[in-house]
Design a protein. Sequence first.
Length: 255
Amino acid sequence: MNDLLTHIAACVGGAFEGTDTTVVRVTTDSRRANLPEGTLFVAIRGTNRDGHDYIEPLYRKGVRAFIVDGAVDVRRYPEAGFVRCDDSVAALQRLAACFRDRIRGKVVAITGSNGKTTTTTLAYEMLRQADLSVGLAGNIGQSFALEVATEYFDWYVIELSSFQLDGMYDFRADVGVLMNITPDHLDRYDHKLQNYVDSKFRILQNQRATDKFVYCADDPLTLENLGRHDRNMEVLPFGVKCTEGCAASLDGDTI
């Protein structure tokens, strides 16, 4: 990453104030700002901590670029540049989308009610042990936004929950994987199973004809809802029970 803070402000739809500077890395963790020059700190409000509380000590340390969504008196930091936005997390996601368009790496995005962490780890390890350039992100590893903004890989394997999919609008997976769907987190979806199912199918959003959608042909809820979604990408079903039309199946002990 090597870009002016003013360009980043335009990318995330924020308002720029202060002194422009070149950004080479991004962090949301004040403890990781070990190389302050060129570091962009994204101030995020958490349950127990507010990233805005760390702006002053980071400024003293030498950090000169910040994304904020809270009240900050920029006059106190004359050598720093600030990007003001409504939501720092959403800004970080938009930043990832901007850099996603620039990178050539392929994204394998994996979701499902059960087994997604195991599948994500397995896919990552298979690519890594094949000596491919691969990063791990999402629910495991660091956030995908930070991964694409700070490191460059030929492949990114990411685990996505329904919560993350709900907040993604510009995201596109080169390979989208839907493991299965079972009733879960329904309190978040007005206790309506269909709302949760639709959230999982957001793994398909923005996919193109050259992309791939991998799904389990043994899963009833997935099969019931396939017809509700456009599938202009290459579709690759897999399963234990399916015998025809599957990209992968089980024959005895052989895959």
